[in-house]
Design a binder for this molecule. Structure first.
Ligand code: GTP
Ligand code: MG
Length: 158
């Protein structure tokens, strides 16, 4: 089973529960989920590939401006399918081309675009390790947080 790294960005944090429902409705398991605020140093390291781009300082300021939700998603073809559910990078373009996508629904423009997804399996591995160093990428059929809660409820009822 394939894994990818997903992040709900500060501009969409208030919609995090709704976005997680969409993710689970699209057949992904949420194997890990943690809310945190990135420090500028950690954000610069995470987005290191963009360090020479004109938008880099704006991106770091934006991504450190509030709480984010870091997640590991599990599904067949998780990397490609999550990028497809996200839609194009620019939320304005997403509104035109993929109105049902997460970036169309919850983002605003090319920077405030609601969520992130790894762009390749190797990026997924690196980004998962960056946020969840203990995560075992070889394990499959992890339980979604929602299902875990359901199972817990059933156990307490019995
Ligand atoms: P991520 O999933 O967040 O990595 O987006 P992406 O892979 O679709 O785009 P990319 O990696 O090229 O850019 C990373 C992030 O930088 C984007 O998600 C935006 O938040 C921001 N960004 C990208 N291009 C621009 C731009 O032209 N201007 C501004 N202001 N921000 C940009
Ligand atoms: Mg990217």
């Amino acid at each position: 089973m394939e894994h990818t790294f997903a992040m709900i960005k500060p501009d969409a944090f208030e919609n995090a529960d709704e976005i997680c429902k969409i993710i689970e409705g699209a057949d992904f398991k949420i194997a890990e989920k943690e809310s945190l605020t990135l420090t500028p140093a950690k954000a610069k390291s995470f987005y290191g590939e963009h360090k020479d781009r004109a938008f880099f300082s704006g991106l770091i300021e934006f991504i450190t401006s509030g709480t984010i939700v870091a997640m590991v998603l599990e599904k067949e073809n998780a990397v490609v399918d999550w990028r497809s559910l996200l839609g194009p990078t620019n939320s304005k373009q997403a509104e035109e081309e993929a109105p049902d996508s997460i970036r169309a629904r919850y983002g605003t423009d090319v920077q405030k675009n609601a969520a992130h997804g790894s762009d390749s399996p190797s990026a997924a591995e690196r980004e998962i390790k960056f946020f969840f160093p203990e995560f075992d990428l070889t394990e499959t059929h992890r339980t979604s947080q929602g299902e875990e809660a359901k199972e817990y409820l059933m156990m307490t009822v019995v």
